[in-house]
Design a protein around this ligand. Structure first.
Ligand SMILES: Cc1cn([C@H]2C[C@H](O)[C@@H](COP(=O)(O)OP(=O)(O)OP(=O)(O)O)O2)c(=O)[nH]c1=O
Length: 195
């Protein structure tokens, strides 16, 4: 459905979920990765951080882009009580994060950026997620049997914990998973059609 018109789409992400979801859109792309600094200003509104970091990931590649290349970058943050929960550094922190999310409502924001020779566009999508109360046995089971360490907020909605804990979401499931496919589709179409 999206004709890239001889443009080369590059997904700059190490996330297997982003690769899988972009492939599902039916566009051809290649993957390039690089470690980028994911720091942000202390006084930044937490709800602006995902867009800011997706742009920053794009900026890290901007000087290397050829004129026919479009670079796609993304970032996901989990926000609980006005504070960002990053990726946990170990199992103990993962347990603490999920315990904090248990029985409460949080937000997940994913930002996406398209960077190309003529500029850059960034958008964000915000989702409200309600978690049921989880027992400490359930939390330990998840942390010991799945991979919370590469996920913002220490959970993957697409995994076991998503089945048992997520009682309600307002917004796109895919945004929580780290890739708002509907926004990517619209942004790519707009960029290609606008030329
Ligand atoms: C909340 C949530 C996050 N996640 C993932 C999505 C992201 O991969 C990760 C958040 O980390 P990010 O820093 O957004 O991305 P990343 O470092 O994994 O990948 P990149 O190379 O693109 O920078 O958490 C899920 O898979 N499911 C979920 O339910």
């Amino acid at each position: 459905m999206i004709d890239l018109k001889n443009k080369q789409l590059i997904l700059a992400s190490k996330s297997p979920r982003r690769k899988e979801l972009l492939a599902g859109l039916g566009v051809d792309f290649i993957i390039k990765t690089k470690d980028t600094d994911e720091s942000f200003p202390d006084d930044m509104d937490p709800f602006e951080v995902a867009g800011y970091l997706s742009k920053k990931k794009g900026d890290a590649f901007a000087h290397e882009l050829m004129h026919d290349e479009i670079l796609l970058t993304a970032d996901t943050v989990v926000i609980l009580d006005g504070k960002i929960l990053n990726k946990p550094k170990d199992a103990e922190e993962a347990v603490a994060m999920i315990t904090a999310l248990s029985g409460k409502t949080h937000h997940v924001v994913t930002g996406i950026s398209l960077t190309h020779a003529r500029g850059q566009s960034t958008q964000q999508d915000k989702v409200k997620v309600e978690f049921a109360e989880l027992s400490s046995e359930e939390i330990s089971y998840y942390v010991n049997n799945f991979s919370p360490l590469d996920k913002a907020g220490a959970y993957g909605i697409q995994e076991w914990i998503g089945y048992v804990a997520v009682s309600r979401i307002e917004g796109s499931f895919y945004t929580v998973m780290g890739f708002p496919v509907h926004l990517v589709y619209q942004a790519l179409k707009k960029l290609i059609d606008g030329e």
